[in-house]
Design a protein around this ligand. Structure first.
Ligand code: ATP
Ligand code: MG
Length: 379
């Protein structure tokens, strides 16, 4: 008995289906993103029909999905594209009715054995409701699609439908999650990392690149801008009071990030701040840091999450293991013993009296080096 099936993938669209007039734009972006995400696995025909998407290997590589391991990888890649609620590996049977029956029976036996299931139910659906037959009659047609499992997608909206944001990416747990969350709303990402070499090691930068690479599985390519922050920090260290160091440092970071964001066409800043988590994240500290950003919103998607919830998302997107690797970040090196947790305006005026902020921001922006980070890149 020869195989009369091919393995293909069925993906199901989520929120996009609710879009009104510009639904077409969202769908086109989703299809582009899927093509981009799958290109490393071979050539696929990706066809949309209503709220379903059918992914089928092209003739140049007809068997890519017949290997179980590869099929799982491709399925996983599909579920990482924002805009999909779920996806399944599907056996597409064709041939005469007898052959289809035999093959379907064999497949069912395999599935039952693999999972040790005792009972099962067969359902048939018409993907295209305009089709004139009722569902039971479709089972009499000579092509049949069979699947037994659904893998959850990451939902959201296709990246590229909501402009671009500048993520302040550190080596911690929070900021990669923040980037992932904004990307899930359709936002393309660039990122800036403030590097304090040699106070922080080369490894710390490598870790940030690794995290950007993990986020890029979902968000697509990320331009990672690395700002050499050491001289600026030493300047602040010398010329500004210890207990305000965290705040003055964060204000300069935000100003540099905003200037770069404007240069790059980003429409917002994104941070991993969560209210009350650490001294620099009291409402007063956030207010005083926020006020330096004049031209765009600062999004803090984790503001209302507790650490446990953030860690869960971090695990789910595969960032956690990398985030907890013990490389120091720039804030821990220059951190004061007793930072002011409820800074007031007058404190910041005093703290910045001896600083040439404009010159420091300019210095920061001019020293930026940029890397292109992609899932498959090794830089
Ligand atoms: P994370 O887990 O993201 O490192 P955190 O809990 O350590 O955050 P902070 O160190 O106070 O908190 O940083 C708050 C936010 O400021 C970070 O989520 C990130 O968006 C930004 N940030 C902090 N340090 C850096 C850095 N060196 N480069 C770029 N952004 C940074
Ligand atoms: Mg941190």
């Amino acid at each position: 008995m020869s195989n009369s099936y091919r393995t293909i993938i069925l993906a199901r669209m989520g929120e996009i289906a609710l879009k009104g007039l510009n639904r077409g734009k969202f769908e086109r972006q989703l299809m582009d993103n899927m093509r981009w995400r799958l290109k490393e696995y071979g050539a696929f025909s990706i066809v949309q029909s209503q709220s379903r998407i059918w992914i089928e290997p092209k003739d140049v590589n007809p068997d890519v999905l017949e290997d179980k391991e590869t099929a799982e990888l491709v399925l996983n890649a599909v579920t990482q594209v924002f805009g999909l609620v779920s996806a399944s590996l599907v056996r597409k049977f064709s041939g005469d009715m007898e052959t289809i029956k035999e093959q379907a029976l064999k497949l069912t036996e395999d599935i039952l054995a693999e999972h040790d299931y005792k009972t099962f139910k067969v359902e048939s659906k018409r993907g295209d409701k305009r089709f004139p037959l009722a569902s039971p009659e479709i089972c009499a047609r000579e092509e049949m699609y069979v699947y037994s499992e659904k893998v959850e997608g990451h939902r959201g909206l296709p990246v590229g439908t909501a402009g671009k944001g500048m993520l302040l990416l550190s080596g911690g747990i929070d900021s990669p999650v923040a980037g992932y969350m904004m990307a899930s709303r359709g936002m393309q990402l660039e990122a800036i990392y403030f590097h304090s070499y040699p106070y922080t090691s080369e490894r710390a930068l490598e870790k940030v690149k690794d995290l950007a690479r993990i986020v890029s599985q979902y968000s697509g390519t990320i331009l990672l801008h690395v700002c050499n922050f050491t001289d600026i920090q030493l300047n602040l260290y010398k010329n500004s009071p210890q207990d305000m160091l965290t705040i003055t440092m964060r204000r300069i970071m935000f100003e540099i990030a905003e200037e770069l964001a404007n240069k790059q066409g980003c429409k917002c800043l994104i941070t991993g701040e969560s209210l009350g988590q650490v001294a620099s994240q009291t409402i007063e500290a956030i207010q005083i840091t926020n006020e330096v950003v004049k031209t765009m919103p600062v999004f803090r998607p984790l503001i209302g999450l507790d650490k446990e919830e953030t860690c869960n998302i971090s695990r789910r997107i595969g960032a956690f293991e990398t985030s907890i690797l013990p490389y120091e970040d720039c804030c821990t090196v220059f951190v004061a013993k007793h930072p002011k947790t409820h800074p007031q305006k007058k404190h910041i005026v005093e703290a910045e009296a001896n600083l040439d902020i404009e010159a420091l921001v300019k210095q920061g922006v001019e020293g930026i080096e940029t890397y292109k980070i992609e899932r498959t890149s090794k830089n």
